[in-house]
Design a protein around this ligand. Structure first.
Ligand SMILES: *[C@@H]1O[C@H](CO)[C@@H](O)[C@H](O)[C@H]1NC(C)=O
Ligand SMILES: *[C@@H]1O[C@H](CO)[C@@H](O)[C@H](O)[C@H]1NC(C)=O
Ligand SMILES: *[C@@H]1O[C@H](CO)[C@@H](O)[C@H](O)[C@H]1NC(C)=O
Ligand SMILES: *[C@@H]1O[C@H](CO)[C@@H](O)[C@H](O)[C@H]1NC(C)=O
Ligand SMILES: *[C@@H]1O[C@H](CO)[C@@H](O)[C@H](O)[C@H]1NC(C)=O
Ligand SMILES: *[C@@H]1O[C@H](CO)[C@@H](O)[C@H](O)[C@H]1NC(C)=O
Length: 667
């Protein structure tokens, strides 16, 4: 079990290049998949959180050890050891420098590489090796090296060749981990080499095959998972390793002319290769297509960017989330699909593809026995096949030529759980929480591509998300209940971590009497008392001149709310220029104000069929006097702090989702 937990804890989540936002998605059954994050947290707003800035750049690998309360961070030419409870705590942080030598950097430059970015030692692998040591690998100025670190002393004890364990290029897709003293990695290690999934140690190591059929095609790896499927297996099954990637599509079909395809591949942990055929190659390598598309639309999300595997009591109940983009680089659109390992298993147990006359189609002939690509199970052992070396040649020859499964793996529910039209999602972390209604909710934390390289690792006990940027690391709490300032705000958030206690939006976990809290994750609207009068909303009186353009400000913080306006209690209809009004996310614009537009204006944030009052205005339009042509004044019935000077005649277009930034101000 230790391995499984460890695997969960070391899930690395890359939050994309320059992303200043982390989005929290509460989603219930009825939420439309074209999702808008209700609130958007910009990266700059997180800088009040605990953070860490070392001298190094490019914080690229994270290893969390909860038991010891330590977070290890691999960066450019350095490895840091931090206090995971408070990464700002400099009293206990340690630095281990690991630079490539000047000669090595010179050689890197002479290979035509960039000495500002690439010709450094970028630490890309960091994992626990044994009770006393860590193992790490770095690109080492385009000549990978690996090393053992003595944890107690936090020093290097031995260096070794890294060229088949770590990519040369710091930007190349890569995934790897150590489990039970065995190191696995997947990448296209060298520029010209074929991508490979390897067991690097212990000896004898294993790799993928490339002839006569290439198993991996320019694969770009984004993640991996280790599942202990041997536990409680009724068939004596083996543990398995899963690798997630996007690769060149070698079998375009009528349905898909796309040049790339998202995949999951798996191998068995007990695999030791074949005796003659597939010697020191995987005998259990199989791969299948991950589909993330919207039925009835031609839209296929085929570029896998990130995966997050959730825990579960058994493999078949486990699910994982994938973030996908479109192949066309000029279209920004992302989707999140959820898959079950049950469906993955079904694809690997289903029909194979075969290549004939350079075309791929479903193989309909006889499949050899024992079934090719399967792990060694009790059934094999009953045939005296105790390891992959005992597999017959016909099984192995079949495996060699049929690495692809015919059945596609479709998302749970047949469609994405989320779609986003305006952003490139790059990274995902997921937390499962039980709401006050007793139901289980998955909260997704998603990064978008907007600027800096961030990475995050999810940690369960500390309830923090670590986000790394090129110049530092930030520790973000998983929920910010206190940022919701009203009962509706708290309930609309549909955040299973938060509940309204009558006064404040509080964290459920830290509240003694949580059953008294108001929460409605399912509908996001029940429980709060309706607000009927203007109550405490800011109110002001404005006196303007006929003919003026006037902006009545009303900032709505929720991305999901729409502004609604009433004049003297009647809803303003048709915000058309013909009616003299326009609404946007920042307010109501009266164009060429006329006397009959005087009256009491109220602005509401309408969300989930509830109208929450936000602002109130008395507007008095005065006829233009010939002498005072352009002065507009106002008088107020409320303190100054509710005022903003409003002379702007233009509203920003309500571009929607990403325009509004919402403000946690505390960590
Ligand atoms: C490292 O960070 C620097 C500074 O932000 C950035 O320009 C560079 O591209 C990063 N390098 C890699 C390999 O990610
Ligand atoms: C984290 O450590 C820093 C530096 O020691 C300290 O200033 C800060 O208050 C700590 N934060 C928390 C939340 O304990
Ligand atoms: C990179 O190489 C150029 C020469 O090509 C040199 O002038 C410059 O100082 C080098 N920069 C670094 C950071 O080594
Ligand atoms: C862990 O591995 C290191 C490096 O091979 C070795 O020196 C050390 O003795 C090992 N520790 C244990 C507890 O096996
Ligand atoms: C497999 O294991 C069984 C029981 O341990 C043994 O009798 C048999 O000889 C082994 N077969 C091979 C091919 O090694
Ligand atoms: C709030 O108003 C809505 C619509 O007017 C109504 O359906 C609902 O029952 C009211 N809720 C409460 C708590 O009064």
């Amino acid at each position: 079990m230790m391995g499984k937990d460890k695997q969960l804890n070391k899930l690395l989540v890359l939050i994309g290049y320059v992303i200043p936002v982390i989005l929290c998605y509460p989603f219930g059954a009825d939420l439309d998949i074209i999702a808008t994050p209700r609130t958007t947290v910009h990266f700059k707003d997180l800088l009040g959180c605990n953070h860490f800035h070392g001298a190094a750049l490019n914080y690229s690998s994270l290893l969390i050890e909860e038991g010891a309360g330590v977070l290890y961070v691999g960066a450019r030419e350095a490895i840091y050891k931090l206090d995971s409870a408070n990464i700002s705590n400099s009293n206990v942080s340690l630095t281990l420098e690991w630079a490539a030598s000047p000669e090595q950097k010179k050689q890197c430059l002479s290979k035509g590489k960039n000495n500002q970015t690439e010709c450094y030692n970028h630490v890309r692998f960091l994992d626990r090796y044994n009770d006393t040591h860590l193992y790490t690998c770095g690109t080492h100025a385009f000549r990978p090296r690996c090393a053992y670190i003595d944890v107690a002393q936090f020093t290097f004890v031995r260096f070794e060749e890294g060229k088949e364990k770590c990519p040369y290029d710091p930007n190349k897709g890569y995934t790897g981990f150590i489990i039970d003293g065995e190191m696995y990695s997947a990448s296209q290690y060298e520029f010209r080499s074929i991508p490979d999934i390897r067991r690097n140690f212990p000896f004898p190591n294993l790799r993928t095959d490339d002839s006569p059929t290439t198993w991996l095609m320019e694969s770009d790896f984004v993640g991996s998972a280790f599942l202990r499927e041997s536990i409680n297996s009724s068939i004596g099954d083996d543990d398995k390793l899963y690798f997630f990637f996007t690769e060149r599509n070698a079998e375009p079909t009528a349905h898909s002319s796309q040049t790339k395809v998202a995949r999951v591949a798996r191998v068995c942990k007990g695999d030791i290769g074949g005796q003659r055929t597939l010697q020191r190659k995987w005998t259990s390598f199989l791969k299948a297509r991950l589909v993330c598309s919207i039925p009835d639309y031609e839209l296929q999300f085929n570029i896998l960017r990130s995966v997050f595997v959730l825990g579960g009591s058994s493999t078949h109940e486990r699910v994982f989330y994938g973030i996908f983009g479109l192949e066309w680089r000029n279209v920004k659109m992302s989707a999140v699909c959820q898959y079950s390992f049950r469906d993955v298993q079904a694809a690997f147990d289903g029909p194979f593809m075969e290549q004939q006359d350079s075309k791929w189609r479903e193989y309909t002939g006889k499949v050899p026995d024992p079934r090719p690509g399967s792990c060694i199970t009790d059934q094999h052992r009953s045939l005296l096949i105790n390891s992959s070396r005992d597999l017959p040649d016909n099984t192995l020859n079949f495996v060699r030529r049929h690495p692809v499964m015919s059945k596609e793996i479709k998302p749970v529910g047949g469609r994405p759980v989320l779609l986003q039209r305006n952003a490139d999602y790059t990274n995902i972390a997921v937390q499962q929480t039980v709401g006050l209604d007793g139901l289980r909710y998955d909260t997704l934390f998603i990064g978008t591509e907007e600027g800096w390289l961030h990475r995050a690792v999810k940690i369960r006990e500390r309830n923090s998300l670590y986000v790394s940027a090129p110049t530092g690391l930030v520790q973000v709490p998983l929920s910010y209940c206190e940022r919701y300032t009203s009962c509706f705000d708290c309930v609309f958030a549909r955040d299973p971590h938060c509940g309204w206690d009558g006064r404040l939006c509080v964290e459920v976990a830290s509240y003694a009497n949580s059953s008294s809290l108001i929460q409605d994750v399912q509908m996001g609207r029940r429980g709060c008392t309706n607000i009927t009068s203007d109550g405490f909303v800011p109110h002001r009186t404005r006196t303007v001149m006929a003919g003026d353009d006037v902006l009545l400000q009303c900032e709505i913080r929720s991305n999901l709310a729409t502004p609604q306006w009433t004049l003297n209690g009647k809803q303003l209809q048709g915000y058309d220029i013909d009616f003299g009004y326009r609404t946007g996310t920042d307010g109501l614009l009266m164009i060429n104000a006329q006397n009959q537009q005087s009256g009491h204006y109220r602005c509401y944030a309408a969300e989930n069929d509830v109208w929450v009052p936000v602002r109130s205005y008395i507007v008095i339009v005065q006829p233009v006097s010939p002498r005072a042509s352009h002065s507009s004044g106002y008088s107020s019935v409320l303190p100054e702090r509710f005022f903003t000077t409003t002379t702007l005649p233009t509203l920003s277009p309500s571009s929607g989702l990403w325009s509004s930034s919402i403000l946690p101000r505390r960590c």
